[in-house]
Design a protein. Sequence first.
Length: 68
Amino acid sequence: YTVVRRPWVPGYEPPYVVARVVLAEQPDLHLLTNVVDCDVEAVSTGMEVEVTFEQRGDVFVPMFRPVV
């Protein structure tokens, strides 16, 4: 994962986390996505996450948040 601290993509205000997520149900599938709903400093390699969806126009984008 990486923490983006400078404006790069319109609609995504820094800081935000871009991470490669591996699905437990399909370990050969890797998704490049955002980790949301937590402090960027709390993100760590190997942390357990769950999917959530954010609507962007007519599309729902999968993002991941820490499992509580």
